[in-house]
Design a protein around this ligand. Structure first.
Ligand code: 13P
Length: 248
């Protein structure tokens, strides 16, 4: 992934919208892209059923598409699962793995997340591997310890081709963004950890996520070791998402 001097700006639509709203949102983003193409790498991650319609509407732009999860299996009798190869096959370039909502509500472990990241890479997708502490971890002064454990077990030993998203659980969907000092501390910690433990992937992109808006994106993206943002709620409106992109 060569995004030198570019930011990676990812919209995670989560389980929101309808076929019609996905199509309209993608069409609005395409229109904005054609009017003022961005030099940054933009990615949107719609729910599985709306991937194709989104890809279709984004055709001709350089806005990429990603999924919000993938199976650890390549193919076969795994009812309900979606393989990374299928996602690549329909035109996706990215996949989010280990989002805290999956860790929390679907009991995904870091070992499973690591397997997902590995198969994503094998299929030619770029996994965006999420890590982040809970409020209890932060209040108990355990943030870096918890993150180190998540990094150790979730980040595969591969050369390159993945991004990490630091998303403090308590900042997701709450309107409580981490302070710039906290973001800087964690991103520097993750970069140093990569340099020590995943030398060949030492320059993997590190994104911040958690209540990113058009009001705070610029300040967050100007911090050292913040290579982009993973945006939830504010990516559901073309206008706000585009403002975030333009503030990069
Ligand atoms: P919000 O931007 O809505 O806080 O969500 C962040 C997130 O979980 C992105 O993956």
């Amino acid at each position: 992934m060569n995004l030198k001097n570019k930011k990676l700006i990812v919209g995670n639509w989560k389980m929101n919208g309808t076929q019609e709203s996905a199509r309209d949102l993608a069409a609005d983003l395409a229109e904005k892209w054609f009017a003022t193409p961005s030099c940054h790498q933009i990615v949107v991650c719609p729910p599985f059923p709306y991937l194709s319609i989104t890809l279709n509407r984004l055709f001709g732009t350089e806005i990429a598409c990603g999924a919000q999860d993938c199976s650890i299996y390549e193919k076969g009798a795994y009812t309900g699962e979606v393989s990374a190869f299928m996602l690549k096959d329909i035109g996706c370039d990215y996949v989010i793995v280990g989002h805290s909502e999956r860790r929390q509500h679907h009991r995904e472990t870091s070992e499973l997340v690591c397997q997902k990241a590995e198969i994503a890479c094998k299929s030619g997708l770029i996994p965006i591997i999420c890590v982040g502490e809970t409020l209890a971890d932060r209040e108990g002064q355990k943030t870096l310890e918890v993150l180190e454990e998540q990094l150790k077990t979730s980040i595969p030993v591969i050369d390159q081709g993945f991004a990490i998203a630091y998303e403090p659980v308590w900042a997701i969907g709450t309107g409580k963004t981490a302070t710039t000092a906290a973001i800087l501390e964690v991103h520097t910690f993750i970069r140093t950890w990569l340099q020590k433990n995943r030398k060949k992937a030492a320059d993997a992109l590190i994104l911040y996520g958690g209540s990113v808006t058009d009001q705070n994106a610029q300040e967050i993206m100007s911090l050292a070791h913040v290579d982009g943002v993973l945006v939830g709620g504010a990516s559901l409106k073309a206008e706000t998402f585009w403002q975030i992109i333009q503030s990069a």
